[in-house]
Ligand binder design. Structure first.
Ligand SMILES: Cc1cc2nc3c(=O)[nH]c(=O)nc-3n(C[C@H](O)[C@H](O)[C@H](O)COP(=O)(O)OP(=O)(O)OC[C@H]3O[C@@H](n4cnc5c(N)ncnc54)[C@H](O)[C@@H]3O)c2cc1C
Length: 356
């Protein structure tokens, strides 16, 4: 990260296209997102659903749009930090901005574009008080790679059968026998598990082999193996199927992966002084600049009369913000608009990248 660069808060569709637009103007961007993946709402909320209103693209799934936007901006080699939150933006456009990240680092930037959408996405936490004893250790909100080599003989529970829960389960079922857990349980709240044919086949085989069991219910209790709550040993699960009469069962669990979806959180502290109101920040629509000079807001988080929370609006706003940021990064320099089709400078870069 560095002073001549622009920080983009959020690697959703607006942030990714912002990195491309800045790149066209010769500005390198650093993208930071709390999620472990790119794409914002498109990949977090509707990865496998179709979008029909991107100009020139008849139909595209949310996840694919994120992937394509990343491929498009990659030509300009933006820095990407995932699973990291932007926690503070200090300074001003004259002295430079100093940005604080959740990993404790502080970085300097010449300008900031906030493409934070409806807020920073974070996993929904287990609503059981005792969970705090084991969060980060025996309880995780995604399957950590570090667990994969140490699960042999363990009792593992995945709670949540949405896309992320099923993806975690698929990884577990693929483990070679020597590393596989003694038992895997999938706890699902909805009556139906919406798995693909391939996932169902893997689950059917594991159930037949006695390695996997499915429970329609919710976790209602966590039980420690010892008085000091050093080690999680078991869970109480309230079964939901109508015939179970609200039966509560106890299941062994020394590892728990909770995949209860993601929820967005807007940090009023981060946007202090920018007039955050009803989840949006007012901007000058001609350059997408907030009331803090040098901090631009694009996508769902920005507000101006007539604003629509649509993907195409965020893409348009990214163009305006990129040109406006040049006022601060190249003071006094006139930046002409150039077509990617005919600019020799841009063609040289883009053609070489796409030929490779
Ligand atoms: C179910 C659904 C269907 C939709 N369908 C369509 C459609 O068909 N057509 C259409 O045009 N629009 C559609 N939309 C709207 C569209 O998804 C949004 O307009 C678009 O995602 C906004 O993009 P964005 O980049 O501004 O924000 P987001 O997609 O919300 O991305 C913002 C990113 O910023 C990150 N972030 C926020 N704060 C921080 C922080 N402090 N630190 C680090 N990272 C941070 C978040 O984690 C997130 O990843 C749909 C929305 C939903 C929910």
């Amino acid at each position: 990260m560095g002073e001549g660069r622009v920080l983009i808060v959020g690697a959703g569709p607006s942030g990714l296209f912002q990195a491309f637009q800045l790149g066209l103007l010769g500005i390198r961007a650093s993208l930071v997102d709390t999620l472990a993946q790119i794409g914002g709402q498109c990949s977090a909320l509707y990865a496998d659903k179709p979008i029909y209103d991107i100009p020139g693209i008849v139909r595209i799934h949310g996840a694919e749009l994120g992937d394509r936007l990343w491929a498009q901006c990659s030509v300009f080699d933006p820095e990407l930090r995932l699973a990291t939150a932007v926690e503070s933006i200090d300074g001003d456009v004259d002295q430079g901005f100093e940005v604080g990240l959740s990993d404790g680092s502080r970085c300097a930037f010449g300008a900031v574009v906030v493409a934070g959408g409806v807020g920073a996405f974070a996993p929904r936490r287990l609503r059981i008080e005792e969970a705090a004893h084991w969060e980060g250790h025996q309880i995780r909100y995604e399957l950590p790679a570090s667990w994969l080599g140490e699960l042999a003989g363990r009792h593992l529970v995945v709670s949540g059968a949405g896309e992320r829960g099923l993806a975690a389960l698929a990884q577990l079922l693929e483990l070679p026998e020597a590393c596989a857990p003694a038992a895997i349980r999938l706890i699902h709240r909805s009556p139906e598990v919406q798995a693909s044919a391939v996932q169902w086949e893997a689950m059917r085989r594991a159930i037949e082999a006695g390695r996997l069991s499915l429970h329609h219910g919710t976790i209602v209790g966590l039980h420690a193996a010892d008085a000091n709550a050093q080690r999680l040993e078991a869970l109480s699960v309230k079964l939901r199927a109508p015939e179970s009469l609200d039966e509560v069962i106890r299941v062994a669990a020394d590892r728990l992966v909770v995949c209860h979806g993601l929820s967005p959180r807007l940090s009023p502290l981060l946007y202090a002084g920018m007039g955050l109101r009803h989840g949006q920040i007012p901007v000058d629509a001609s350059r997408m600049e907030s009331s803090r000079k040098g901090i631009f807001v694009v996508g769902d988080l920005g507000y101006y009369p007539g604003k629509q929370k649509l993907l195409v609006c965020g893409f348009h706003e990214a163009v305006l913000a990129a040109y406006a940021a040049c006022d601060y990064l190249f003071p006094g320099k006139k930046i002409p608009m150039q077509y990617t089709t005919t600019s020799p400078r841009l063609r040289a870069k883009l053609d070489a990248f796409h030929a490779g």
